[in-house]
Design a protein. Structure first.
Length: 92
């Protein structure tokens, strides 16, 4: 899933490792391409247990794809984050 913030930060969220090989099985997008979203909007639902049973890790990389446009990327030190936890901040 790719998101671009209002200030131009390009964010790629990839649920699981190699899960693209599932061809969308167990994944249920909740927004259409190009939709405006806000904090708290449901973007995607997925079946964690089915993904694990299929042999895939559910580690979820969150990548800033236009990192060269920013001075610094500040990330959490946590390995696991919850809904309202700090994850990433960028400075221009």
């Amino acid at each position: 899933m790719a998101i671009e913030s209002e200030n131009g930060v390009e964010i790629l969220i990839h649920v699981g490792i190699d899960t693209v090989k599932l061809n969308g099985e167990y994944f249920y997008p909740k927004v259409i391409d190009g939709a405006k979203v806000k904090k708290g909007d449901l973007l995607l639902e997925f079946e964690i247990e089915e993904i694990k049973k299929s042999g895939y890790s559910i580690s979820t990389p969150v990548i800033i794809s236009n990192i060269s446009d920013y001075l610094d990327i500040i990330k959490t030190d946590k390995i696991l984050v919850d809904y309202d936890d700090f994850l990433i901040a960028v400075t221009k």
